[in-house]
Each structure stands twice: as structure tokens, then as C-alpha cells.
Design a protein around this ligand. Structure first.
Ligand code: FE
Length: 307
């Protein structure tokens, strides 16, 4: 009897592979900005946020004909951060504080909107003329109450400066946008602790990402299909895999018999546990603060773009 118990205990220890999967969320398709199609796991009516994350959009991948590229013309933000990560295509960014930048394949812009910016996110003139494949992501990260009205900040990191790592067996590579993965540490600074890693796994590749116990964590499948969490639940292209809070690492595997590479974003962060009042481009703690944001925007207190 005691030997059986002992054997069971050993077995449990050996099969402990970190967090299990709490749920799989399908993306919905929606039109954003000037009319470009995005896949969006959240927010939607049944799933408003995943503290501290407020939104994830996948733009494309889509083939854009010459002259057909679309973007998001002038619009404001207050109270959170927008993180844009381009895989293909070419976007230009301009805003009310006179800041301008261009995002090419592999580049990241981490914009802390804070008290408010008005910005435009548009395809570059060159991409507009030539067309091509557009593929990218935008993640919205909430700011804690004490940071919602800070001055805007931009971190624009070209692909070449984003730390990358490869596993010893060569089957897994990681692009570390925020946090730490596979011995590489991100150069981007976040207001609250965030992990944002783009993993590519060849068939047979396995990765275990350390995630502090109190973080909310999910994976978004960019391409292919894989096995997630301690119990190896299947998630595929366009799905968001939410991990339970039952461990301090998440396991992802591209099965050896897979026909394609698996690409996933692993995103995790410490929850803020604060009330959320959101309306369109403003995310605050109270309704009164949302009204104030509209008023400030209308009065021009968030500025305007001088082009
Ligand atoms: Fe925006």
C-alpha cells in the first residue's frame, strides 16, 4: 500500500509540467481603423479583458494591392499603453507631441499614452505604392491608477535591437519583446511587469516559459497548431490559450509529427486588480474620468497632429 502511494507521488512529480489550460478563446474578425480586417480574441461581449491586458488584434496576414493599404487615421488614447509589433509591412506613426516613426518588419513600438496623445497609424507612402503582405499585432496594456495621467512615452525598438535566443537543440527560437526568455532579457521597459515573447517552434520543439505565480498568462497562436500546458491541450492558428494560475511556468510543444512550424506569442503580466471604465480609446478607473477624457479631447487638450 505504502509503495503504491509512493509510486503515485513520484509519478505526480514527474508529470508536473506547470500551468494547465483554463480555456481556449476563438478570435472574431472585425474591421478596425480605416477599414482593415483584424482577428481579435478580446475584447468582445463575453470577454472584456484579461487583466492587465485590454485588447489583442492580429492585423492580417493579408496581401494588400498597390494603393489599397489602410490604417487608423487621427485618434486619441488615454490611460493605457499600445504595443505594436510588425511582422511584415510598413507603418508610419505620427502624433500630437510631434513624434513620428516608422515600423518595419520585426520592429516594435511600445507607446505609453498616459494622459493622452492623438496619433495616426498609417501605411507608409512606400508600402501604399507597392502593396505587399501586411501582418502585425497590437496589444493594449492597462496602466495602474497612479500612472494613467503620466506624460506619454515612446520606446521604438528596431528588429535588430530586440533580443533573440535559440534553444540548444535549435528547434525553438524566441524574440523577447518584454521580460525574459531562454536567457535573453528584453530592452523595453514596462510600467508594470510584463512578459511578451514571440516563439517559433519547429516540429519536435518544446519550450517552457517561466511565469511568476501571480501573473495572468496566455498564448496566442500566430501560425500552426500545438500542445499547451501541463495536459497538452490543442490550440491552433487564431486561438488564444488562457493558462490557469496553477504554476510558475507554461509549456508549449510543437509535436514531432507536425507538418508546420508553430508560432505563438506568449504574453503575461501582473494583474492590476483595479476597476476598469473603458470607452473606445480611453481606459480609466471611473466613468467620471472617461467623461473628463472626452472633454479634454474635445477641448484639444490632447493636442492635434501637425502634418
Ligand atoms: Fe491607436
Amino acid at each position: 500500500m505504502s509503495m503504491v502511494k509512493e509510486a503515485l507521488r513520484t509519478d505526480e512529480t514527474q508529470t508536473n509540467e506547470g500551468r494547465t489550460v483554463a480555456g481556449i478563446v476563438n478570435s472574431m474578425e472585425t474591421l478596425e481603423g480605416g477599414g482593415f480586417l483584424v482577428r481579435r480574441p478580446f475584447p468582445k461581449a463575453s470577454f472584456s479583458d484579461f487583466d492587465p491586458f485590454l485588447l489583442l488584434d492580429e492585423m492580417g496576414p493579408m496581401n494588400v494591392a498597390p494603393g489599397e493599404a489602410k490604417g487608423a487615421p487621427d485618434h486619441p488614447h488615454r490611460g493605457f499603453e499600445t504595443v505594436t509589433y510588425m511582422l511584415s509591412g510598413d507603418m508610419e506613426h505620427k502624433d500630437s507631441s510631434g513624434h513620428a516613426g516608422r515600423l518595419k518588419s520585426g520592429d516594435v513600438q511600445w507607446m505609453t499614452a498616459g494622459a493622452g496623445v492623438v496619433h495616426a497609424e498609417m501605411p507608409s507612402a512606400e508600402f501604399m505604392r507597392t502593396g505587399g503582405v501586411m501582418h502585425g499585432f497590437q496589444l493594449w496594456v492597462n496602466l495602474p491608477r497612479q500612472d494613467k495621467m503620466i506624460n506619454p512615452r515612446y520606446q521604438e525598438i528596431p528588429s535588430a535591437r530586440i533580443p533573440k535566443a535559440t534553444s540548444a537543440d535549435g528547434l525553438v527560437s524566441a524574440t523577447v519583446i518584454a521580460g525574459e526568455a531562454m536567457g535573453a532579457k528584453a530592452v523595453i521597459e514596462t510600467r508594470t511587469p510584463i512578459i511578451y515573447v514571440h516563439y517559433r517552434l519547429e516540429p519536435g520543439g518544446v519550450v517552457t516559459q517561466q511565469v511568476p505565480h501571480d501573473y495572468n498568462a496566455f498564448a496566442y497562436v500566430v501560425d500552426g497548431a500545438g500542445l499547451f500546458g501541463a495536459e497538452g491541450e490543442r490550440g491552433a492558428d487564431g486561438q488564444m490559450v488562457m493558462f490557469a494560475s496553477d504554476g510558475d511556468e507554461v509549456r508549449i510543444e510543437n509535436p514531432p509529427d507536425a507538418k508546420a512550424n508553430l508560432e505563438v506569442l506568449v504574453i503575461a503580466g501582473a494583474p492590476l486588480n483595479e476597476p476598469i471604465a473603458r470607452y473606445g480609446p480611453f481606459v480609466m478607473n471611473t466613468e467620471a474620468e472617461i467623461h473628463q477624457a472626452f472633454e479634454d479631447y474635445r477641448q484639444g487638450r490632447m493636442g492635434a497632429i501637425n502634418s
